[in-house]
Design a protein around this ligand. Sequence first.
Ligand SMILES: NC(=O)C1=CN([C@@H]2O[C@H](COP(=O)(O)OP(=O)(O)OC[C@H]3O[C@@H](n4cnc5c(N)ncnc54)[C@H](O)[C@@H]3O)[C@@H](O)[C@H]2O)[C@@H](O)CC1
Ligand SMILES: [K+]
Length: 500
Amino acid sequence: MKPIDVAAADINAEYLGIPRLSLMETAGRAVAEEIGNYADGGRVILFCGSGGNGGDGFVAARHLLNMGFEVEVLLLTHPERIGSAEARRNWDVLMAMQPEPGILGVRAVSDSSELFPVDADVVVDAVLGTGVRGVIREPSRSAIELINLSDAFKVSVDIPSGLSPETGTVDDVAVSADLTVTFHRMKDGLEKADPAITGEIVVRDIGIPRAAEVFVGPGDLLRIPSRSPESHKGENGRVLVIGGSHHYSGAPALAAISALRAGADVVTVAAPGSAASAIKSIAPDLIVRKLEGKYIGPGSLGELLELAENADSVLVGCGAGRHQSTSETFRELIGALQEMGKPLVLDADALRLIDYSHVTDYRDLTVTPHMGEFREFFKLRSEIYADFSERVAAFSSVSSRIRGTVLLKGHVDMIFQGDRFRLNRTGCQGMTVGGTGDCLAGLTAGLCAMGLSSFDSASLAAFINGKAGELAMEKYGTGFLASDIHDFIPGAMDMRTYGF
Ligand SMILES: NC(=O)C1=CN([C@@H]2O[C@H](COP(=O)(O)OP(=O)(O)OC[C@H]3O[C@@H](n4cnc5c(N)ncnc54)[C@H](O)[C@@H]3O)[C@@H](O)[C@H]2O)[C@@H](O)CC1
Ligand SMILES: [K+]
């Protein structure tokens, strides 16, 4: 797993109702047990950092004490600087256990001059975990060096301090552990690291359920790149929406505004004549390019490709209608966009005009069908699947006919790519109102333009759109409009809405 996946699973576990404190307790207990497998007594020194990794150390210390070890805990910062609430809680417990008759020393050091060579049978590296950033600062640096100099059995908590959890490289200094006890799942960085750094690696389950990884949750909002303060117009994503026709002008507008609300900087809508004029009048925030004719046709292909050149993602389909000329144009267009390597979202009418055989190798593709469009796009006869897991398995294998991502909308949205899948449970009965699918497609294209993968964009778009619908229903009842969703997208994208 990547650190972002671990961080997301951590928050999503709490969103499911598992307190982080219990994750920390289980993690610390696991470290103590692994040490108990190595030694059945003796003296243990734990170097603890200021974050969750240090917190694991505090918990491990308590369990080691109960297992009969002599324990010394060194906090490498001032207690007031302990970053994670759970770690601070466990530090306070160690304080409350004082004065422990002689076998538990607990002290905080803020300067490396207060550190001494390790004299113990086991030394625990609970200094830095997945939260490590940049050059190692004092006194953590001295602690790492003292740990490496000691001839004690070295145990690293989660990852050896100083190792990059993502790449497995040591950019500065790092602990060379004899044993690394990591939690929940193997980290990419551990797998790639030099075994001289990690030592033996043990993966210990800490009670995070698979649901925390499968269900999309607020933890996944961490995947949205934070906007750099000095960024300027267009840097945060440019979206091109191609849709609309003589009868439909609302769909592309709903999608386009959703893309803006997701955080895209510039959204252009390319639509035929009358639809373009209608959109121009209702949405000043959009750039609108008027295409010739009543339906999108081959005469517009050059213009569409020129517009696509400086878009970061393209959404095709909303309200395009099903005219034969549109179908041919889309086929040409999609082929050219694939050549250009453009992230593409196909929605609604595009899924009626194009079938999966046209896009099997399109990697950065997302299709967002409801069940009917899914069957038509993948040319399926209708099947009734008994239970949920059978449905997931069946739809997953169908979806893997294309390299891209499939977002199959439903009461529970299913997102597939290759052998990966996620489920989204946000949403409400009011979502059946027309246009919510356009909002979802727009969110997907917006997130793609902001740099997320098609799989992450589709997963998050489903979560955000559903949550925004829930918020709209809270305010307006089941009669809320698809355009109401726009107002609630920012709230649905804010961690505070979920209590984080
Ligand atoms: N993800 C999970 O499910 C769980 C994570 N837990 C632990 O929590 C850890 C992650 O906790 P955090 O996110 O608080 O991060 P860490 O505890 O890994 O480190 C963050 C702390 O280290 C300091 N720090 C960061 N870079 C530094 C540097 N270059 N030099 C000196 N100090 C530096 C920061 O000021 C911060 O206080 C995991 O590695 C794991 O050990 C466990 O509690 C179990 C649950
Ligand atoms: K560590």
